[in-house]
Design a protein around this ligand. Structure first.
Ligand code: CMP
Length: 139
């Protein structure tokens, strides 16, 4: 296995603590599934009410989740877009780039297959989604 590959894996895990929980095989699988995507400041990445097409991991830049009350800022290492994929429902908020951003995107189909095969990761993502939903109803 080449050194560059190893480095990319390590970088991925360093940026996204979430992936430290899955085994090496699963990490490699993720690297193959991720699609790169970028956005410019002001660009809306997710529109409230849309169907969920993918889950986004922030590799660089920052986004703002535009909630009714105060916006929430997410930075490298964070993810978003998991809620509509888990629920099968609609996007719960607009998400807008506030910087030049680079994302790794797991599209809906890959998300479903991958999460069903890696229940530990699914549980971690679900916990985060539940906490966010709770936070939104309390505000
Ligand atoms: P989804 O509903 O698919 O699209 C909007 C996303 O915003 C949502 O998934 C979450 O990833 C994110 N989001 C919603 N509420 C919060 C919150 N309180 N804190 C951080 N992110 C949030």
């Amino acid at each position: 296995r080449n050194r560059q590959h190893q480095l990319r894996m390590q970088q991925l895990i360093d940026t996204f603590p979430l992936f430290a929980q899955v085994d090496e095989h699963a990490q490699e699988e993720l690297l193959l599934l991720f699609k790169p995507k970028s956005a410019s400041p002001g660009e809306r990445i997710i529109r409230i009410g849309d169907r969920g097409d993918g889950m986004y991991f922030i590799a660089s830049g920052a986004v703002e989740v535009q909630l009714d009350s105060e916006p929430v800022r997410l930075e490298p290492g964070a993810f978003f877009g998991e809620m509509a994929l888990l629920s099968g429902g609609r996007r719960t908020a607009d998400v807008v780039a506030i910087d030049f951003c680079e994302f790794l995107v797991l599209d809906r189909r890959d998300f479903n297959v991958f999460m069903s095969r890696h229940p530990t990761l699914r549980a971690a993502v679900s916990t985060m989604a539940r906490e966010r939903a709770e936070m939104n109803t309390l505000r």
